[in-house]
Design a protein around this ligand. Structure first.
Ligand code: ISL
Ligand code: CA
Length: 552
């Protein structure tokens, strides 16, 4: 297996509009990220992923771009970005940008031209089809709308959008379009950025002929269509292969088999990926299934590709709320999830605030929410005649705004995020959960994350170790090993609110061992040997190191 810098990296995702507001307009900004770099550096991460800050009408919080080569005013300006980029590099960290090239904003000049007439030179940069029987060309829905087609009066036909109607899909069949995207990518790479996170990059190719779907509610027809790998191999040939950069594809709907095709090191497409088998299959933790998914992705991608480990991001509810315990055992649970993600195979991603155990939120009404996905779904369901209160309740757990509330810096007003009116309400629990408190408390979640990141730098077993699950069928116990060059790490997790007695696998019991990290005060027997049985407290996590040359 090839060793390379990005495989050994931990990535910190900065959703800048919720990170820190430097100028009091209520919205986070790039200058705010610059002012908080000491904090990010203290955590010890290697790479910072910045969500999109290109010019945008902001219908989907920057994922609807109207100019790929300028910075949206809310975020700041190109000079500030360049200052941030060099400050990040000066601190020995790298930065990856968000590449959103499946679609643009409907306000992008390219689209305004394309929709203006059927013979406009940019007409074919987007996807247009005649309607059928006074309706859209087919029965597909989109991520954010009941139909993935919107009628355009001027040309009396429909344009295609995988997301909101304000996000028309680009036509990657068009050679000129692809050339323009590659040129744009090079202009950002020539500034010195260290790579891209690629938004829904497996949606670029569309199904030929746009046939009706058997069941339009399963929108996987948007992804993995013939031609996608040729586009990515061309992108690699024309752009990526000329730079020492890292790429991570956001690739919904894939399995390990189809996912590997995007990240196999011999295919010259992308380096790593985010899959969504966990997020799409389990609204809350299903540990049995989680273990199966981890095993299949390890077997499917570890040798020849590379996977990511995450349980939340700007689209997915904060993990301690969704997959852990954000009440009585919030701190222990947040630490357990961190220890798990950083000891499983693949690159760990930390979503801002996860490192201090920030939780999901519950606002009183739909007016308190910003997320276009949630608001469109609410409108769609209420228009079907469903009870608004019931619809609202049904959308709360998975609303993307759960993870978009402002970063909680301290217990002053608005959690120290802004001196103005925050663009979205702050989570009311900020007085208890904030950075200032975390840094003052040696037993905070923050220091567990800082420790995990330090350990990765010293222990290649975390990056390159193999993976064996010893706990099939033993939920809520999750017990696995990572082994590399004579070192084995034994990871023992109690995913429950109850005490759990654990039998250590015979292979490791009584071997000399040392506790590497845990989330409760633990003593290990004075002889430094692995006990045969241990009792775990609720949400307790322990990692032991066993030197195999002493394993009999
Ligand atoms: O549906 C998901 C996984 O299967 C979600 O993670 C997510 O909506 C989807 O993966 C697309 O997300 C990305 O593209 C969207 C944007 O709204 C999201 O914020 C972005 O992460 C459209 O650009
Ligand atoms: Ca601001």
């Amino acid at each position: 297996m090839k060793k390379i810098w990005w495989k050994e990296s931990v990535v910190y995702q900065v959703y800048w509009r919720s990170f820190y507001d430097s100028n009091g307009d209520g919205i986070g900004d790039l200058q705010g990220v610059l002012e908080k770099l000491d904090y990010i550096q203290k955590l010890g991460v290697d790479v910072i992923w910045l969500n999109p800050f290109y010019e945008s009408p902001d219908r989907d919080n920057g994922y609807d771009i109207s100019d790929y080569e300028s910075v949206m005013e809310k975020a700041g300006d190109l000079e500030t970005f360049k200052e941030l980029l060099s400050a990040i590099h000066d601190r020995g960290m790298k930065v990856i940008m968000d590449l959103v090239v499946n679609h643009t904003s409907d306000q992008h000049p390219w689209f305004l031209e394309s929709k203006s007439s059927k013979d406009n030179p940019k007409r074919d940069w987007y996807i247009w089809r005649e309607g059928k029987e006074d309706g859209p060309p087919n029965n597909w829905r989109s991520y954010f709308e009941p139909s993935s087609w919107t009628y355009n009066d001027t040309t009396e036909d429909y344009y295609f959008h995988s997301f909101a109607k304000e996000q028309p899909d680009l036509n990657w069949k068009n050679d000129e379009l692809r050339k323009e995207i590659f040129r744009m990518m090079r202009s950002w790479l020539d500034l010195g950025i260290d790579g891209f996170r690629m938004d829904v990059i497996n949606l670029l190719a569309k199904q030929d002929g746009f046939p009706d779907a058997e069941d339009p509610s399963h929108i996987s027809y948007l992804a993995d269509n013939p031609g996608i790998h040729e586009y990515l191999q061309e992108m690699n040939r024309e752009v990526l292969s000329h730079y020492d950069v890292m790429t991570v594809g956001e690739i919904p709907f894939v399995t390990p088999e189809t996912g590997l095709l995007y990240v196999h090191e011999d295919r010259n497409e992308l380096n790593t990926l985010f899959h969504f088998q966990v997020a799409d299959e389990m609204p809350v933790m299903d540990l049995k299934r989680y273990k199966e998914i981890q095993e299949s992705w390890y077997k499917g991608t570890f040798e020849k590709g590379w996977n990511s480990q995450f349980l939340n991001n700007h689209d997915h509810t904060r993990q301690v709320t969704r997959y852990g315990n954000d009440g009585q055992y919030r701190v222990e649970s947040a630490k357990l999830l961190g220890i798990m993600l950083h000891t499983l195979p693949g690159m760990p991603y930390i979503y801002q605030g996860e490192e201090i155990g920030m939780t999901g939120v519950r606002f009183d009404s739909i007016e308190d929410y910003n997320d276009i996905a949630m608001k469109n779904k609410y409108k769609e369901e209420v228009e079907k005649g469903r009870d608004p209160e019931e619809v609202f309740e049904s959308l709360l757990l998975l609303s993307r705004d759960n993870s978009r509330t402002p970063m909680q810096w301290n217990e002053t007003e608005n959690a120290g995020f802004t001196s103005g009116q925050p663009w979205i309400k702050v989570n009311p629990n900020y007085k208890d959960i904030n950075v200032e408190k975390a840094l003052e408390d040696p037993s905070s979640v923050f220091y567990t994350y800082q420790n995990l990141i330090e350990l990765r730098k010293e222990h290649p077993v975390m990056t390159y170790g193999d993976y064996t699950d010893w706990s099939r069928g033993k939920d809520p116990l999750y017990l696995y090993t990572r082994s590399y060059e004579g070192i084995t790490w034994l990871v023992i997790l109690n995913h429950s609110d109850d005490v759990l007695d654990v039998d250590i696998p015979d292979h490791y019991a009584k071997e000399s061992a040392r506790l590497v990290i845990g989330n409760y005060q633990v003593t290990i027997d004075e002889r430094g040997h692995m006990p045969e049985k241990i009792r775990l407290q609720p949400h307790e996590a322990r990692v032991y190191e066993i030197k195999e040359n002493q394993v009999t």
